[in-house]
Design a protein around this ligand. Structure first.
Ligand SMILES: [Mn+2]
Length: 350
């Protein structure tokens, strides 16, 4: 993948310099922990260090981007200065203070490239959609296997570790964020850190997880009931969250703002008197980053468009008792929501 020229066209600058790992990966398709991508009308150069040079050369062979070993950040800036670049686009909010100072000292006129990156990255191309779809498939496959393996006495950490192992076994390169497994009342903390709580009969189980495939993330949450018959309060709350998920999935249209999308689920929960327990946003964009544009929440001003990928994840949380969240990764196609995920969202009782 080479998105360097596409980005430069959108940013009216003489040159563009990018050092953030996620933005660099978006530009080059190549993951690395160190490097700079420089692009102008004539060339794109990926400056990196010897740990990545060989891999990068192989990955970008035949493409527009050339690979050079950089001696230092200063030498990269000197190179750009030697090309008489005046207006230089950089992701301003990602710069460190020393980086900013170094750019100022060389008297570049800085243009912020962040908005162009966010807009471009939120709309996926066919290759990106294929990778996300596979990341979703792997997550679902691993989850289906895990369900058969959940046993009384198993700890949250054990279940989280096993799910991560299953995703890798199915071909994931990594998890997309720290897996959340919450047993019993721990589920009332939306981002509970798994610990040594043991699974017992008569407990809700909340699992929020995802994996990375070809650099792209999936994100999924299921809440199930383990052992015996779930109590009435839990079932009623589950139905409400399930309904809120369906209201959003059926109602979201291209052209809506993220705030309007969020209100579909929030309004549904309000009718049930549960909106005050829905303490987070409806969803977030998913791509190279597990959280990116667009925001589907009260502050979401960006309009939703075809080929955007985001989560739909309404939830309700009752402190000290239990929490429920149901989350799918979805894409907008033909103006409507098209799901990547096929696994059942109805209440599973094990
Ligand atoms: Mn999520």
């Amino acid at each position: 993948m080479d998105n360097t020229r596409k980005l430069l066209r959108e940013i009216k600058a003489d040159g563009m310099l990018t050092a953030s790992p996620d933005l660099r990966e978006y530009l080059t398709g190549f993951p690395s922990s160190f490097g700079f991508v420089y692009t102008d009308a004539q060339e794109s150069v990926f400056f990196t260090d010897p740990r990545y040079a060989e891999g990068a050369k192989a990955a970008m062979k035949g493409g527009f981007i050339s690979v050079e070993v950089a001696k230092s950040e200063q030498s990269v800036l000197d190179y750009i200065k030697s090309k008489k670049v005046k207006k230089l686009a950089v992701p301003v909010s990602r710069l460190t203070v020393p980086q900013y100072e170094a750019l100022r000292r060389r008297r570049f006129k800085l243009i912020d490239s962040t908005p162009a990156f966010e807009a471009a990255m939120s709309v996926k191309n066919v290759e990106e959609l294929v990778r996300i779809s596979r990341a979703c498939e792997i997550a679902e496959q691993a989850y289906a296997t895990l369900l058969g393996e959940l046993k009384e006495g198993m700890t949250e950490l054990e279940a989280a570790g096993y799910l991560e192992y299953l995703m890798r076994k199915c071909g994931a390169q990594d998890r997309s964020f720290e897996t959340i497994v919450a047993f019993g009342k721990n589920s009332s903390v939306p981002h509970h850190a798994p610990g040594d709580t043991k699974l017992a009969r008569g407990m809700p189980v909340l699992i929020d997880f995802g994996c990375r495939y070809g650099g792209y993330c999936s994100d999924m949450t299921r809440t199930l009931w383990f052992g015996g018959k779930p109590d009435e309060d839990f079932c009623a709350a589950y139905d409400a969250v399930y309904g809120a998920h369906a209201a959003a999935a059926d109602g979201i249209r291209a052209g809506m703002s993220g705030k309007e999308a969020d209100l579909l689920a929030r309004g549904f929960l309000r009718e049930k008197g549960l909106d005050k327990f829905f303490t987070h946003s409806l969803g977030h964009g998913i791509g190279i980053n597990i959280h990116e544009s667009p925001v589907l929440g009260q502050s979401g001003t960006q309009r939703l468009a075809d080929n955007m990928v985001f989560s739909i994840e309404p939830g309700v949380y009752f402190e000290g008792r239990f929490g429920i969240r149901i989350e799918d990764t979805v894409c907008l196609k033909g103006g409507k929501v098209a799901g990547f995920m096929k696994s059942d969202k109805k209440l599973t009782v094990l």
